[in-house]
Design a protein around this ligand. Sequence first.
Ligand code: GLN
Length: 452
Amino acid sequence: TAAHVKVMENTRHLNAYITETPDVAMKQAAESDARYAAGKNGALDGIPLGIKDLFCTNGIRTTAASKILGNFVPHYESTVTTKLLNDGAVFMGKLNLDEFAMGSSNTTSAFGNVISPWKRNNGDNADLVPGGSSGGSSAAVAARSCMGATGTDTGGSIRQPASFCGIAGIKPTYGRCSRWGVVAFASSLDQPGVFARNTEDCAILLKSVAGHDPKDATSANKPVPDFVAALGKSVKGMKVGIPREYAVEGMPAEIQKLWDEGKAYLKDAGAEIVDVSLPHTKYSLATYYIIAPAECSSNLARYDGVRYGMRAEGKDLREVYENTRAQGFGEEVRRRIMIGTYVLSAGYYDAYYTKAQKIRRLISEDFLNAYKECDVLLTPTAPSAAFAIGENEDDPIKMYLNDVFTVPASLAGMPGMSVPAGLSGDGLPLGLQIIGKPWDEETVLNVSQVIE
Ligand code: GLN
């Protein structure tokens, strides 16, 4: 832990942490030493982890990277972090993210953007984004200031930053990990998950955080398999589906090449590669960018300057609400609240929201139909390597396009994982995505380990 604290200090320029908690970490490490000495160590005893600052941590400031929660100190601990603590983990601090997890580059944080520890090898020395929204998580793990981190994935926020930073990250099936104590963005999509440097560590962390929680109504009452014991199986005879609609127009050649290499590699390892169709893929982004803002506008209605966090001045209650929200939310969050309010408004509800819900169902059915022909799907994680900070910034639509491969599995609630699989022409990490059947994280992890 002391060594990781040093790395955390030496990598401060990356801005991966919003709140560093070295004292907490050292105290937890000492407690873990004592347990170890008494022969009572837990599965994660002494393991330094970073926590995305969207998970409420008892007595430790939890900001969601928003000004509106800038001084919010919860007096409860999220279920996911409680489970990690029960297994003996050590918390290095709270990790930066896009404000309320809305973004793909960690540039919407009220606490400044995160810089990826990676540089292009072309000598341009540009500061690159770590991906988002869990950009602090991916940067911190890649920079070695923690051995693993929590994340949340609503439309790709674990998988895409893992891909950009050359680490592994898994978003389990919706309902596998409790959302209790996680600041809500879009509740029907939000799913906690984990990052680590490799698949096995992801399996160990996932085993710790998964499981039914009566405090989250959408948490599934399913037994948690031993994800670690499931590793190491051969992919011989496994059917790996290649969704043809993911070969999107304008896909960079190096991404196509990575995908082809992944297919060839799994084939050599004994898997059968099958061509499958997810016909409604092209509607995924439009559907996601209606449903996610709709749920965001409803979830974020609670920040009124009265119940949580910051409060602005105003001559009456209405003005307090308005000023608090105008000053407390950043531009992207305000944009989403406006889109969400619009698509939920009386005149447009059916045209946008109801329609999006119907298409969401079709997208889910696409996956279930594809799984009649294959066990798992293989796709690129993102359509590009990490881009420079500031790129894509003036055009929200261009930023949203970065989610093209991750959003469908989110809408369908399927488990998905990104595993480092190659390098771009500029020497940046690229990930492949493995999408599994509902509740079949074991196969996802297994295929990931074969590729890594
Ligand atoms: N990039 C997507 C968005 O901006 C996904 C974010 C997430 O998964 N939290 O909504």
